[in-house]
Write a protein that binds this ligand. Structure first.
Ligand SMILES: NC(=O)c1ccc[n+]([C@@H]2O[C@H](COP(=O)([O-])OP(=O)(O)OC[C@H]3O[C@@H](n4cnc5c(N)ncnc54)[C@H](O)[C@@H]3O)[C@@H](O)[C@H]2O)c1
Length: 288
């Protein structure tokens, strides 16, 4: 308990999935939360977006954990709106110590239009850069910035391979760039006592991954793959015998990076991948 006591943490994409899990875990460890989310469908992702009701539910859960919460419905692509949201929320809660840039989309589908490539980059990469930009004026010595990559950002580049759709290529590119951006930003911010680290989760059971378009991407050999069909592939991908993480597995890492326990850790690329990246680098082809 109290690993981030009285810190104020802003989280983008906080309405559901990993973002909600981070908000609740951080609140349980004593943080007040600024919960930001667009609460709208993306134009290219083939699954429903989060809703205002989802964001309100996150706020309820944070309050149940005994902490304060401010919510704002804002698109991370809109830098001016994001700056205003940070200004208002920070004024209300009295400061800002940690930022978790988590909002993201995965518009993967074998037949995704080319705009899926550009939208993935806009939301995931430009949205992350905007979030950092909007937060920085409010951060100081001891602050922690946690960016959200993916195992897709650490795998050898595969987006030129046959059959890789525009959305998957955009997703992988955005996550590769987030990894590099985090590393360079860490160097710039270190003299001011601020830290930047990137978490790279493998599959977590959220709406982003548990949808028919994702299933078709991971099982191109089947016409109508089911969740069970995909689970077999996900099991084989990992070194450890699991198909999915739990969302809390990622949140535990975020709590550590947000807390002063990691006060001299910066520029890290933290894989939460059950051995996936090492296995792929060793030459394993999960589709074979
Ligand atoms: N689920 C996984 O397997 C997995 C694996 C690796 C990385 N990730 C990353 O974790 C992050 C969270 O994903 P998730 O799995 O919880 O998915 P999710 O779809 O459940 O949650 C993503 C949240 O981001 C919000 N969002 C989307 N576009 C936004 C925008 N323009 N502005 C503000 N908010 C926006 C959504 O409304 C949603 O609440 C993403 O960056 C994703 O790439 C997920």
């Amino acid at each position: 308990m109290n690993r981030v006591l009285n810190k104020t943490v802003a989280i983008t994409g906080a309405a559901r999935g990993l973002g909600r899990s981070h908000a609740v875990r951080l609140a349980e460890e004593g943080a007040d939360i600024i919960a930001l989310d667009v609460c709208e469908d993306s134009s290219t992702a083939r699954y429903a977006g989060a809703t205002r009701t989802d964001l309100d539910e996150t706020a309820t859960l944070v309050e149940k954990a005994g902490r304060r919460v401010v919510t704002r419905q804002v698109d991370v692509r809109d830098r001016a709106a994001l700056q205003q949201a940070f200004e208002e929320a920070v004024a209300e809660l009295g400061g800002l110590d940690v930022v978790v840039a988590n909002a993201g989309i995965s518009p993967i589908s074998p037949d995704a239009p080319v705009t899926a490539f550009t939208e993935a980059i806009d939301v995931n990469l430009v949205g992350t850069v905007n979030t950092v930009h909007a937060a920085l004026p409010h951060l100081g010595d001891g602050a922690s910035i946690v960016l959200t990559g993916s195992v897709a950002g650490l795998m050898p580049r595969y987006d030129g391979a046959a059959g890789v759709g525009h959305g998957a290529a955009g997703y992988a590119f955005s996550k590769h760039m987030i990894a590099e951006y985090g590393e360079r930003l860490a160097v710039r911010l270190a003299p001011s006592g601020m830290r930047v680290n990137v978490v790279h989760p493998t599959n977590a059971p959220t709406d982003l991954l548990k949808n028919p378009a994702a299933y078709r991407t991971f099982r191109p050999d089947l016409e109508n793959p089911t969740a069970d069909d995909v689970e077999q592939v996900f099991q084989r991908m990992h070194g450890m015998p699991i198909a999915y993480l739990d969302t809390s597995d990622v949140s535990h890492a975020v709590v550590f990076l947000a807390s002063d326990e990691s006060r001299y850790i910066t520029g890290a690329q933290l894989k939460i991948d059950a051995g996936l990246v090492g296995k792929l680098e060793a030459g394993f082809n999960y589709l074979a």
